[in-house]
Structures are given as structure tokens and as C-alpha cells.
Design a protein around this ligand. Sequence first.
Ligand SMILES: O=C(O)CCC(=O)C(=O)O
Length: 284
Amino acid sequence: MPYDLANYDQTGIATPISVLAESEAVELCDRVAAFRASGCEDTALALKTSPHLLFPWLYDLATRPSVLDAVEKILGPDLLIWSSEFFIKDPNDGGYVSWHQDSTYWGLEPNTIATAWIALAPSTPQSGCMRVAPGSHTLSQLPHQDTFEEKNLLSRGQEVAVDISGMEVLDVVLKPGEMSLHHVEIVHGSNPNRSPSPRVGFIVRFIPTSVRQVGGRTVATLVRGNDKYGHFDLTGAPDGELTEKAWETVIDAKARMNRILMETAEQESSHASHQDDVGGKAAS
Ligand SMILES: O=C(O)CCC(=O)C(=O)O
């Protein structure tokens, strides 16, 4: 079965989708490299914390008609960007991504959520391209464990706590300027970069305006259509590159999100200890 937009509901992945010329992607990749080499002390934070709200040229990339047209085919006409981030692996830096489902900690409902993975450099098995288990999004939410492993590029090193060795795996090979779209519940991960050049993916998380954040109110960017739900405080394009206002927006969004995630984790652990109590009482 081809992994195209027409089969996305069955496979959970659509790839490759051409969204910009290879030469433009290479130019953008050079801008990312220049920023990384600039000595700015907040480089890592900026590249990980919704950089589409910090750099007008990344906002433009995330909202290109070629990107939004493809996303609209999956999520419908009213689209928000919930977040964006870079996943960069330098040659032989050992960075990898454990098998996981994105849905695990995001607290978004329902699960009509898609990630655009836009390649700014070649993404191949040698450079550690993303790998997905097509169809695994139909398994719903699987249990995960946090490993906090140093080389894992995920913040908690989360990985699925089920044996996935029997699943079919697809290498999502992309040329610079191509993207894939994946479902929030597809099982995916990636190996380290063993090629001589960096693997650079710009990742944009899209939701329809009907999706809501459980446990609190945070920020999203309306990029197509209308928002008749009002589940998020809406932001627009950044007013310049790394401006004070742009940073304020990003830091505020990050703080709100962290608070929600912390409160959700606390509620989950108190629910679990209550269950233990109940279990203990029942057993005694
Ligand atoms: O870039 C990678 O290798 C993994 C990306 C990923 O986990 C994601 O986009 O959700």
C-alpha cells in the first residue's frame, strides 16, 4: 500500500510530500547552522521551543501553502500549530529517539493530531531517519516507561513498554525539501546519525481547532481557517527574529505547558497511589 495521503487513515503516515525546492531547504539549513554557530546562549532552547514563534522564516516555512494543503487533507480546514521544534543529529553524536507514541504526554483530546516532519538535510537510514510502524496508530495509547537515557533526544526518554519486534517498520527517507506527516499515536523512533553530515528535521505539530488541551489553557497559532472553539489563546507570526516580545510569548507558552504537565503527572501519581490503597485494603 502506498504511504500517501489517501491511505493515511489506515497507515498513520504519509510520505514523501514535496513542500519546497531542495535548494531552498539547503538555504534554510544553512541559516539553522549559522544560528547554531552564533554563540547565542539560548540556541538549544530556541530550536526546541516553538521556533516558528521566534524566527519569521520558520513561521513562513511552517505555514507554506504546500505544507498546509497536505495537513488540511488530514485534519480539515481550521488549523492550529500547537508547537514546533528541531530534531537535529550531528554526525556520530549518538543521539537517537526511542520507540514511542507522541500522544503519551501531550494531554490533547481527541487524537486528531498530525506532525509534519520537514527535512532540511538528507534523512536516510545512514543519517538516522525517522522510522515508523505503519498501522500502529490503531493500537490506541500503549503503556510507556521513562528512561531519561542521556543520548535519547526525547525529554523523558520515553519508550513503549511493549514488544514491537513483530511490527513492520518503514524508514521515512526524505530529501531536503520533502516532508512526512504522522499520526499522534503511530509508534516511531530513530537510530543515531552515522553519516558525515547533520540530519536536520523541522517538526511542526498541527491540530484542528476542535482539539483541546486537558488540564489548562495554553497557546497555539491559527494558521488556516477559523477558530470557533476558542480552546487556546491564539498567537500570530513573530514580530521579528528573536525579539523580546517573541521570547515572552514562547517562554509564557512553555511555562503554562510545563505547569499543566506537572499537575497532570501529580494527579496521575495520586490516582495511582489511591488505586494502590484501594487494592491494599481489598487484599487485606
Ligand atoms: O526526528 C526523529 O528522529 C523523531 C521525531 C519524533 O519523534 C517526532 O517528530 O515526534
